[in-house]
Ligand binder design. Structure first.
Ligand code: ZN
Length: 180
């Protein structure tokens, strides 16, 4: 987490699918394969990332710097961190990050798409964005219906918990009045 309260994650080897789900929500999530515990811990510490792990021991050692993920399917896994994620709901900008590279997407003009978009899309869509790392171009409709439904489901889960939490702590007031 940085000063602005933005979340940064590093997901361990077992959690590649969850990492992609979080990227769908625009959350900066690095995913490491074939790294040992000490490398992962170094990455988490040096980049100020919260470790998402299924390893109870590791989670205990890292304390607040790790979130323990439980559950078998990816939805169960998401639900296991949903409560802790909920306070950050307002910062979430879905479809703002490349699912492959974890890089933020930049808005571009139709004229900048460089032949990577079929002509019928160019003439019918107005919003385009590009990954600064792999150069892939996205437009409204690039993501499948299933991904859209998945994002909707995740946002609903977070909003439910955010509302419940805000009520509990008596800070439901206007945006500016909430704790920062
Ligand atoms: Zn990319």
């Amino acid at each position: 987490m940085d000063d602005s309260g933005t979340l940064y994650f590093v997901a361990d080897e077992m959690l590649g699918t969850l990492a992609k789900k979080l990227r769908l929500l625009g959350i900066n999530t690095v995913y490491v394969k074939d790294a040992d515990d000490s490398e992962i811990r170094y990455l988490a510490r040096s980049q100020n990332r919260i470790l998402l792990t299924r390893d109870e021991n590791l989670a205990r050692i890292l304390g607040d710097h790790a979130w323990l993920v439980t559950g078998r399917g990816v939805r169960e896994q998401f639900l296991s961190i949903a409560e802790r994620l909920a306070p950050f709901s307002e910062k979430i900008i879905s479809f703002s990050r490349c699912l492959d590279c974890n890089e933020p997407l930049t808005t571009i003009q139709a004229s900048e798409t460089g032949g990577k978009v079929p002509p019928y899309i160019l003439s019918s869509k107005t919003h385009f964005s590009r990954c600064s790392s792999c150069g892939k171009v996205f437009w409204e409709g690039t993501h499948s219906k299933r991904m859209g439904q998945e994002v909707k489901w995740m946002r609903e889960q977070l909003m439910d918990r955010w509302r419940a939490g805000a009520g509990e702590h008596g800070r439901m007031g206007a945006r500016g009045e909430r704790d920062s």
